[in-house]
Design a binder for this molecule. Sequence first.
Ligand code: ACO
Length: 435
Amino acid sequence: MANDTLTIIDNRTNRSYTLPIEHGTIRSMDLRQIKTGPDDFGLMGYDPAFMNTASCHSRITFIDGDRGILRYRGYNIEDLAENCTFLEVAYLLLNGELPTPEQRQEWVKQVTFHTMVHEGTRSFISHFRHDAHPMGILVSALAALSTVYPEAKNISDPECRRMQIVRLIAKTPTLAAYSYRHSLGYPIVYPDNDLSYTENFMNMLWKMVEPKYVANPVMARALDVLFILHADHEQNCSANAMRSVGSSQADPYLSAAGAASALAGPLHGGANEAVLRMLDEIGDVRNVPEYVKRIKEGKGKLMGFGHRVYKNYDPRARIIKQTAEDVFKVTGRNPKLDIAIALERVALEDEYFISRKLYPNVDFYSGIIYQAMGFKPDMFTVLFAIPRMAGWLAQWQELLEDREQKIARPRQVYLGHELRKVEKPRQTERAFVTR
Ligand code: ACO
């Protein structure tokens, strides 16, 4: 018998089963043969929140949470952050290899060419309430693009898919910037094709009456690095949403809107906004020990701490800390950084956090940088969504090319009532309207 198998003895029947082990996994469908009798449905795994279930084979992103390693297509995140632009990294995620100089030129040209959005979409954004959360606007605008490009539903046509991927990478910063300008009551700024991806985004955000906006190169590079760090993170909540919605063969705009909705929650991409609010609440370095005490008593969570996969320092948080220093040389130091550093120091020495392996994650420092750059907290998650679009689309494409994938549809363990019958006196249904 080969060694890479698992033998299971079902004590209910005393029968023994041998299941193959491949890549450190057994196939859950192999459990189905384990039955107590012909009427038994067969054994299933029960795994709320996918704590120990691999939903796909992937070749995009590798994480070793115990050793604090993050790689895209085999490259360490530190290497990419130091040596590449975001658009090169997006190309890598989507195509598997970094672009050659010619491929890079063509890719940048195509993305730049597609940054404009239809005037109907611009007008659609202008009708949101002035205080609408930009993430709600972004989710809605992404879904609305599905109506502008109805051909996007041809998801089995590789060329059509490629076109929508270019559009989504190109237009997401435009939608994000429009949502931001709308929330401030400023007129929108159209894309400028002379600028790089990040500079163009900054131009759409911050250009006022000057004839030509010039982005600070340190800030532009910092934003580009932040985009690289956020571009993908294997099967996280929003990537899983992208795959789940995409598995029904919905078009990529609708799937991306689903992914962006998942990102908006405070336990996922919304955490960077929540970190800032937490630091505001703490207010002063002196209040840190008391705040940590409250967390340990179960009164809330330390936002920006903890991760499902990283049980060691999040490598992105380390790079972000360095990027923060570069940004603060331009903007001046954000006083919240001192509170954050004190909080990190206290938490990392505390048994509660050590025993639970809770370390700062990517969101712990990113919000502080974004605020120093001039963003309001409700824009932070939008800044996460822009680069994560590359990851979502890479995951979506991999899903569609994977012949083993089908519509995502988990099983459940039903614990509700057995069959029962309606028993009530007959009544006529009438609405009582008070005049
Ligand atoms: N502060 C205090 N305690 C925490 C924290 C935290 N941030 N995170 C987890 N814990 C505790 C839990 O209460 C639990 O304690 P217990 O064993 O005594 O019950 C233990 O640590 C394990 O936590 P789980 O919730 O089981 O861990 P899970 O993997 O399900 O959650 C998550 C991971 C959602 C990231 C969680 O750590 C959290 O809520 N963190 C704060 C929000 C945050 O920063 N999210 C951003 C994640 S990164 C990203 O999405 C980009």
